[in-house]
Design a protein around this ligand. Structure first.
Ligand SMILES: [Zn+2]
Length: 385
């Protein structure tokens, strides 16, 4: 049923009139006028709440704000809308009413009054407290800020044509890592250079109270850093063997591809039993997590050690180049699965090969993983005898 027909029917049955709502406008490849300021206050560790304020340049008339639904890397419509809370809009000190689009729970419709040029929007993103509620994004020791979880953006333009100016306020004494370029810092508040929404979503942040930054390609023109955050300070100690393998990972990937396209790259790595697990690719960074003993118990932590090789490979296969159906102009359009066998399949293959070549895995580790793969597909699969 068409959603307008549904809404009209619902109105008459319920005996009230729903406010007018508009279809979410199709995006066009032209710039959104002005820069959206997004300020994230990530200091409420007790409640694990990210508080967000946006200032959006607007024109009078109907408009729609979207919460990202189709998240790159997830390949599915999993934007955590249920964790968005407390949405309020105002302009010139007056409340602006908004309405959840009856046909699209990720869209919020409003009407900007005449004479208003700036819309203030405030809301919160509630990190789960435990894994039963979803992925834990904030703990007493660290946080993972993903811009697609904290940003609302105007419908009607390609994501790459909407400019944002992001800033983040962190708990006192915490350090951070991100591919974003810092423009200034005042106390615990860091402001970053303006960036389009597509690259903002592609540039998450890790921050925490226990942090170490390691240069993985010293003296190179293109810096590559490993940014390690841990629940405990002692887990930041990196053995010579561990450091050598992670440095070799860069050289092996460069040897595989023969060129690189990024101007710098930051591995974000959380060694934690508390933050939700992650392995997520980006153009100039990746989000990774592992158990606390990743470095401290090197001989026993090898099983997941192809993760960084996998995510780094995605910078070439998936980010710099991508099967066309897996790109859409905004985060609220369906991404098709065509080409995932290249995007993920080839990356998984090279991730494992490079883990072995770099020494993240020994030869024995690599052979064991190959045997495990064979065993996984040995029985009960379509086409097997
Ligand atoms: Zn992948």
């Amino acid at each position: 049923m068409n959603k307008h027909v549904f809404a009209a029917a619902l109105s008459s049955v319920m005996g009230f009139t729903l406010p007018a709502f508009a279809d979410v406008p199709n995006p066009i490849d032209t710039p959104y006028s002005g820069t959206i300021k997004i300020a994230v206050d990530a200091t409420d560790l007790a409640h694990r709440i990210f508080k967000i304020n946006e200032t959006i340049p607007v024109n009078a008339g109907e408009m729609t704000l979207l919460y990202p639904q189709w998240i790159p890397g997830h390949h599915s419509p999993v934007g955590p809308i249920s964790q968005l809370a407390g949405l309020k809009m105002s302009a010139k000190g007056k409340v602006i009413e908004w309405q959840r689009d009856p046909g699209n729970v990720y869209a919020f419709n409003l009407k900007v009054p005449k004479g208003v040029r700036e819309l203030h929007v405030e809301y919160q993103f509630l990190s789960p407290q435990s894994s039963e509620q979803g992925r834990v994004m904030m703990t007493p020791e660290m946080l993972n800020l993903q811009w697609d979880t904290v940003a609302l953006y105007p419908a009607g333009h390609y994501s790459r044509k909407i400019k944002f100016q992001p800033s983040v306020t962190l708990p006192k004494g915490w350090q951070f890592a991100t591919a974003l370029e810092k423009s200034s810092q005042k106390g615990n508040t860091v402001t970053f250079e303006g960036i389009d929404f597509e690259n903002l979503v592609d540039s998450p942040m890790f921050a925490g109270s226990h942090y170490k930054r390691v240069d993985l390609n010293p003296n190179a023109d293109t810096p590559v850093f490993l940014n390690v955050f841990a629940d405990k300070e002692k887990d930041l100690e990196i053995s010579a063997e561990g450091l050598t393998a992670h440095r070799e990972l860069i050289q092996q990937m460069y040897a595989l591809y023969g060129a690189h396209h990024f101007d710098h790259y930051d591995f974000l790595l959380a060694l934690t039993d508390k933050l939700g697990g992650i392995g997520m690719e980006h153009h100039r960074s990746s989000e990774n997590s592992a158990k606390e003993n990743y470095f401290s118990d090197w001989d026993k932590s090898w099983v997941g050690r192809d993760l960084l090789a996998h995510e780094f490979n995605h910078s070439w296969n998936g980010k710099y180049r991508r099967p066309d159906a897996l790109w859409t102009p905004t985060y609220n359009q369906v991404k098709e699965a065509n080409g995932l066998w290249v995007y993920e399949g080839q990356t998984q293959f090279w991730g494992q090969v490079i883990a072995a070549r770099s020494g993240l895995w020994s030869q024995e580790n690599a052979m064991d993983m190959l045997a495990r793969l064979g065993a996984t597909y040995d029985q009960g699969r379509p086409g097997m005898a």
